[in-house]
Design a protein around this ligand. Structure first.
Ligand code: FES
Ligand code: FES
Length: 165
C-alpha cells in the first residue's frame, strides 16, 4: 500500500510519496527533498539540531512523522533568508559571534526564530537560555547566541510595531 503526504516547505507545496508511514519529517527533508541544512544529531528528541518551524511552532523534526502532518507548513533553515537577504536572526548571529558548528547552528537559529515569533524571548538572557534549552550545545559561542537572540528580538519587535502603526 502506498502512502503520501503533502507539505508546503519553504513556500513550495509538494506531494511526496512515502514507502513507509514511519518516515520522519527530518528524514523526508534531508533524504527526499535534499534540504540537508536541518541536521540529525541524536535522532531522539534530545539535541535540537533538527529544529524546524511546523505550522508556526518549533518542533524536533526527528520526532515528527511526515505522514501525520499532511497539509502542514514547514520552514527550514534554507527558507529563512529572503532574496539574498539574511533573516534578522541570522544577521544577529553573525554580528554577535553566535555561530557554532554546522551541526547545531541551524537548529539554534530556527529555535531562536520560533522563540521570538512565540513572543517568549523577553529581555533577559536567562529567559532566552531557558527558551532555547532544547538546543543542547553549550560550546564557546553560547554567550553570543543569547545576545544575538535579544538583539534580533528588538529589531523584529520594532519592525512589527512599525507594521501595526
Ligand atoms: S536530531 Fe532531533 S532532537 Fe536531536
Ligand atoms: S555542538 Fe555545535 S558547537 Fe557544540
Amino acid at each position: 500500500m502506498g502512502f503520501s503526504t503533502t507539505l508546503t516547505v519553504n513556500g513550495v507545496t509538494q506531494t511526496i510519496d512515502l514507502d513507509d508511514p514511519r518516515v520522519t519529517l527530518l528524514d523526508l527533508l534531508r533524504e527526499r527533498l535534499q534540504l540537508t541544512g536541518t541536521k540529525k544529531g541524536c535522532d531522539r528528541g534530545q539535541c535540537g539540531a533538527c529544529t524546524v518551524i511546523l505550522d508556526g511552532r518549533r518542533v524536533n523534526s526527528c520526532l515528527a512523522l511526515a505522514i501525520s502532518h499532511d497539509g502542514a507548513n514547514v520552514l527550514t533553515i534554507e527558507g529563512v533568508a529572503q532574496a539574498n537577504r539574511l533573516h534578522p536572526v541570522q544577521e544577529a548571529f553573525l554580528a554577535h559571534d553566535g555561530l557554532q558548528c554546522g551541526f547545531c547552528t541551524p537548529g539554534q537559529i530556527m529555535s531562536a526564530i520560533g522563540l521570538i515569533q512565540e513572543g517568549q524571548a523577553g529581555n533577559d538572557p536567562e529567559r532566552v537560555r531557558e527558551g532555547m534549552s532544547g538546543n543542547l550545545c553549550r560550546c564557546a559561542a553560547y554567550q553570543g547566541i543569547a545576545q544575538a537572540v535579544l538583539a534580533a528580538q528588538k529589531i523584529l519587535s520594532a519592525v512589527s510595531r512599525k507594521e501595526v502603526a
